[in-house]
Ligand binder design. Structure first.
Ligand code: CTP
Length: 399
């Protein structure tokens, strides 16, 4: 795809470098169009090196090539990151006083803006009204994150991390086949306390579940996220519940599942917990000979499948299995193991990957088999690409 990245003049302009790199690493052709003020914050050389294309922000060079029209027509997608308050005001008013705004007024491509500014400016009635105006014209606005701003202050207005912008912008081109559907996603890894400071945890980063949430939201779903010990920024999602233990997850899910059309469960749930967690902190001398007694946790997903059957619910239940396949003749292939787990848990669809080498944890890509009663498909790519393949399988199953 041909992507034009507009950069406007704010301190967050340096983060545009990560956005450009994110698009080029996914194989897209990127041209960068900074405003003159953006070049006070980031050099044209950096933008040229990262995009592998020349940068010329001047409206009055190469006039004979009518470059604002050429740039407007050749782009499949235009992403402005960061978008300052002044840029948004000029764009909302249709003031085409530089090359970027000329291109934006001339293009038929999808436009995505990622605003960044101080909290007071973001919540100023003028900015609110400008955002409403451009949204009503079909522009996708990636909401600013909450966090540390340029000075000592913190609040809403921070430019989201480049991967959030890249994923959000690409997802904006998605069709709306999940419109009207309620999709719940539980992601991350549970922690079972040993004492008040230590726990039994696992290596799940929650990235695949967050990619599913991004993809489902972009396809029009109403997404509820159950975040299990996730510390990354989730402010772009409207409904987020934070939980930590398997017990808390189980309670949150039993409340959600009745009301959901689809439940996706890329959660790493501990199969056991400490029988009696110690109140306070176990000291070195106490812990020397301390045995930790483990007891089984319930299989939360299988329990929800039973609830579904008992109540005649229609919720599509999707499990995720990270398999460590033992060597030996009877261990079965990844697909066979996934099929067996699908039947055993009485769920509708299962997504399985082979984690024997441990490489998938915290990685940005994945390689899975997706198994349902309608057959098996394979998916390999970024976690966002895999997320979309999983959602395709869900749509195929219910369709
Ligand atoms: N799961 C769950 N409750 C558990 C364990 C797992 O709800 N106590 C869910 C996971 O969130 C996942 C699916 O079940 O969506 C498959 O997880 P997996 O760990 O592969 O299932 P196990 O039954 O623990 O399989 P195994 O016997 O291979 O450990």
């Amino acid at each position: 795809m041909r992507i034009l990245v507009g950069v406007t003049g704010g301190i967050a302009a340096y983060k545009a470098a990560g956005v450009i790199r994110g698009f080029t690493e996914l194989g897209h052709t990127v041209k960068v169009l900074p405003t003159q003020n953006a070049l006070r914050f980031i050099g044209a050389t950096t933008l040229e090196a990262l995009s592998h294309n020349a940068v010329d922000p001047d409206l009055y060079t190469d006039v004979d090539s009518v470059k604002h029209i050429a740039l407007a027509q050749e782009a499949d997608l235009i992403v402005v990151a960061p978008a300052t308050a002044a840029f948004l005001a000029r764009y909302a008013s249709g003031i085409a006083d530089d090359l970027l705004l000329n291109v934006l007024l001339a293009t038929k491509a999808k436009v995505v803006v990622a605003p960044a500014m101080h909290t007071e400016m973001w919540f100023h009635p003028a900015t609110i009204s400008n955002i409403e105006t451009i949204r009503s014209r079909g522009v996708v606005v990636i909401e600013p994150a909450v966090g540390r701003l340029t000075g000592e202050d913190t609040g809403a207005g921070r430019l989201p991390e480049p991967e959030v912008i890249v994923n959000g912008a690409l997802a904006s081109l998605a069709n709306q086949d999940l419109a009207g559907m309620k999709v719940t996603i539980a992601t991350g890894g549970t922690r079972e306390p040993i004492d008040s400071v230590r726990y039994i945890g696992n290596r799940s980063s929650g990235k695949q579940g967050i990619a599913l949430a991004d993809a489902a939201a972009a396809r029009g779903a109403q997404v509820s996220l159950i975040a299990i010990n996730i510390e990354t920024d989730l402010s772009r999602f409207d409904r987020v519940a934070h939980v930590s233990t398997t017990q808390e997850l189980s309670v949150a899910l039993s409340e959600q599942v009745i009301d959901s059309d689809v439940l996706l469960m890329p959660a790493a749930v501990s199969d056991f917990k400490v029988e009696s967690a110690i109140a306070g902190k176990l000291s070195r001398s106490e812990s020397a000979n301390q045995a930790i007694q483990l007891v089984a946790n319930p299989d939360v997903l299988a329990g929800l499948a039973d609830l579904k059957l008992a109540r005649g619910l229609k919720t599509v239940l999707v499990g995720f299995a990270a398999e460590v396949i033992p060597s030996g003749e009877n261990s079965g292939t990844l697909q066979q193991r996934a099929e067996a787990k699908l039947t055993r848990k009485k769920i509708d669809l299962i997504v399985a990957n082979d984690v024997s080498d441990g490489k998938v944890f915290d990685a940005d890509s994945n390689d899975v088999v997706i198994v349902s009663t309608k057959g098996a498909t394979y998916s390999k790519g970024t976690k966002l690409e895999v997320a979309n393949d999983v959602l395709d399988a869900v749509v195929h199953l219910v369709g």
